[in-house]
Structure formats: structure tokens, C-alpha cells
Design a protein around this ligand. Structure first.
Ligand SMILES: Nc1nc2c(ncn2[C@@H]2O[C@H](COP(=O)(O)OP(=O)(O)OP(=O)(O)O)[C@@H](O)[C@H]2O)c(=O)[nH]1
Ligand SMILES: [Mg+2]
Length: 219
């Protein structure tokens, strides 16, 4: 740990070479981008390196496995996580970082779509149902599943490994509640992905996989 206030932006990626340049260009000055390449068959790793990001490879497939690898490899006390598809603005991480510096244990983004077509109806509905369950059954004060988030590395490591695939964000919220973390949620902009193809809500296969993983965590 060199400077305790530095931030690593962990970006789990599966074939995001098209979208990554814009994402990396928007990472706030002083933040370190760490791309976790999770078996991409496109130029994700080369594009990320060319844009100045650190790149690590995680052979175990799955969003959660990639995020966990990024947290482990990071060398800063603060960790931010967001998607590598350009749908979220890394500039808005500063707002979440400020919440953690002000005392929150976990600061999460509530995605606010720039227009309705950004978010397929089934994904929006699933998100609402999952968030309601998180609030009512687990007492987590959220309205989204924390796709963009900031927390302390030491605290994340103390939770141990969580769901290796799409259940990760939900399991993090459940684990945070169980550990008595203070969770705060702030609105973030949600845009169409800036390139590449959807692996989750844009296909039935991805949606069903995500639903299976979500159910495994919240049942
Ligand atoms: N590590 C890893 N990351 C994944 C995997 N599948 C998707 N991702 C990443 O998870 C994020 C969300 O996936 P998306 O394909 O954007 O899913 P989505 O947001 O429902 O779909 P879009 O509407 O196209 O944005 C992206 O950054 C992906 O690169 C996977 O199997 N492993
Ligand atoms: Mg996306």
C-alpha cells in the first residue's frame, strides 16, 4: 500500500475491446484502472494496455471471479468497480468515493437510464424485484443491484470470496448487511453500451444465466 487514499478502478471484462477506450479515458485523474480480462477472445487486453491500464488475466470464468481477482491484485485501500461496456461513467466514481471517505462502508450506484430503451423491460423488472427483496428481507437500503460500487479493499477481502458469476453484486450486498456495513446509494447515469455486444440482459442466454445466479443468492 503506497498511498492509502488512492483508488483502483477494477473493470471486469469479457470481450470489451470496442467499448474500453472510452471507459478508460473517463477514469478520473489519479485513479488506477485495473482491467481483469476474463477469457476475452478479442483485443481487450491489448486495448487496455495501450490506454495505460494495468491488465491481469483471470482464467476462472465469471463476473464475480473477475472482480475478486481485481480486488486481490489491487494495491490501494479503496476499490471501485464498474462495467467495461461504457454504460456507466467512471467520472461519477468520485461521488461514491467521497461517500466512503465520509464514513460509508459501501457506496453503490442506482442506475438512472438516460432513456427507456437503455434498459430492457425484463432486466428493469428483475432489478426491481431483486432490490425489493434486498430491502425487505435483508434490510439493505438499495433500489438497484449495485453494479457500480466503491468500498475498502481490506473490508472486501475480509468478506472472503463471494459468488463467482453474476450473483456477486447481490451476495456482496447481503454480506454487507450481515456484517453491519453502512451502505449508501447514489444516482448514477446509465447509458447504452458504447460498443461490443451484450452478454447479459441483451440475450435470453445471458438473462437466464443471470437469473439462475441471482436466485441462488436470494432464495
Ligand atoms: N468477467 C466477466 N465479465 C463479464 C461476463 N459477462 C459479462 N461480463 C461483464 O459484465 C458487464 C456487464 O455485462 P453486459 O454485457 O454489459 O450486460 P448488460 O449490461 O446486461 O447488457 P448491455 O445492455 O449490453 O450493457 C460488462 O462489463 C461485461 O464485460 C463474464 O462472464 N465474465
Ligand atoms: Mg452493460
Amino acid at each position: 500500500m503506497d498511498r492509502p487514499d488512492d483508488v483502483t478502478v477494477v473493470i471486469p471484462c469479457l470481450d470489451e475491446a470496442d467499448a474500453l477506450p472510452d471507459v478508460l479515458a473517463a477514469v478520473p485523474p489519479g485513479y488506477r484502472a485495473l482491467v481483469v480480462d476474463n477469457g476475452s477472445t478479442d483485443a481487450t487486453a491489448a486495448v487496455a494496455r495501450a490506454a495505460g491500464a494495468q491488465v491481469i488475466a483471470e482464467p476462472e470464468p465469471g463476473y464475480g471471479a473477475a472482480v475478486q481477482a481485481g480486488i486481490t491484485a489491487a494495491q490501494t485501500e479503496l476499490i471501485a468497480v464498474l462495467d467495461g461496456d461504457g454504460s456507466m461513467d467512471p467520472r461519477q466514481l468520485s461521488m461514491l468515493v467521497a461517500q466512503v471517505r465520509a464514513g460509508a462502508d459501501l457506496a453503490v450506484g442506482r442506475r438512472r437510464p438516460v432513456h427507456a430503451s437503455v434498459w430492457p423491460w425484463h432486466a428493469r423488472l428483475a432489478n426491481r424485484v431483486l432490490a425489493a427483496r434486498l430491502r425487505h428481507r435483508f434490510g439493505v437500503p438499495v433500489h438497484d443491484i449495485a453494479a457500480m460500487r466503491v468500498a475498502r479493499r481490506s473490508a472486501l477481502l475480509a468478506l472472503g470470496p463471494l459468488h463467482p458469476r453474476f450473483g456477486y453484486p447481490l451476495e456482496l450486498l447481503v454480506a454487507a448487511a450481515a456484517a453491519g456495513w453502512r451502505v449508501v446509494e447514489r444516482d448514477v447515469t446509465y447509458r447504452p453500451r458504447s460498443g461490443g455486444t451484450s452478454k447479459v440482459s441483451g440475450s435470453w442466454r445471458g438473462s437466464l444465466r443471470a437469473a439462475r445466479d441471482f436466485w441462488a443468492v436470494l432464495k
